[in-house]
Design a protein around this ligand. Structure first.
Ligand SMILES: [Fe+2]
Length: 239
């Protein structure tokens, strides 16, 4: 497979034994094989990072160990694709915004930082926090933004945060949820769907299903929309 021609999965819990994602290196390889069958050539490994639970240094050490465990299993099973780039799904907090080491959590070889907003009301300081992250010359990517529409004030919050000119990543599985389709459609019409991720957690219950999103996007919004999403990923990751 041509490394630069396949799909880029921008969000996946592919690394073993580090969060609520893959529970073993064998499980991770199963997930990689599913991804490869769907045409994925590159996946961002995005384990959860919560600054209330761990330091950035400890997280990176743990991530490194997990990555080594996975690459060893990939070698053992002779699995070379998809390629993996290390990143993190950073839970937004007051402290993280000013953390001087925040850039260590960027996706490999980029200024791109994946932010998971809180599942609650967003206060003014949170919007300001995103602005601060931007002012640090980092590029915030808000993960699965469509999911926040479920809250009573969700749509208004989404509209407000989009004013900050941030990148938006949508989960492939959300295309299978009727409730999410409405907000996804709204985001597409606003030209605000920049990236797609599987947000896969395992090979069975929450498996990689990015191919379904690919089909739905091409059918409803055209090939050009899908190509643009892939192009955005290329550019953000400096490929
Ligand atoms: Fe996730």
């Amino acid at each position: 497979m041509d490394y630069l021609r396949g799909i880029i999965d921008f969000h996946a819990h592919i690394l073993p034994n580090i969060d609520d994602g893959s529970s073993s290196a064998q499980e991770s390889v199963k997930m990689l094989k599913i991804m490869q069958n769907q045409g994925v050539s590159l996946v961002l490994a995005t384990p959860h990072f919560y600054d209330a639970r761990t330091s950035i240094e400890d997280f990176l050490e743990k991530r490194d160990k997990s990555y080594k465990l996975l690459t060893k299993e990939m070698e053992r099973q002779n699995v070379g694709f998809p390629k993996i780039k290390l990143a993190a799904e950073v839970h937004f907090s007051y402290e993280i915004v000013e953390n001087p080491k925040l850039d260590l959590l960027c996706a490999e070889n980029s200024r791109c930082i994946l932010i998971e907003m809180p599942y609650s009301t967003w206060y003014d300081w949170m919007y300001e926090g995103i602005e601060i992250i931007k002012s640090r010359n980092l590029i915030p990517v808000l993960v699965h933004l469509e999911r926040y529409a479920d809250f009573s004030d969700g749509i208004r919050q989404i509209e407000k945060i989009l004013e900050l000119d941030v990148y938006v990543q949508i989960n492939a599985d959300s295309f299978m949820k009727r409730k999410s389709l409405k907000v996804i459609d709204k985001l597409f019409k606003m030209n605000k769907v920049h990236l797609i991720g599987s947000d896969a957690h395992d090979a069975l219950i929450r498996p990689p299903r990015i191919h379904r999103a690919e089909k739905k996007i091409i059918n409803k919004y055209g090939k050009k929309a899908w190509s643009q999403i892939q192009q955005n990923a290329f550019e953000l990751l400096n490929l």
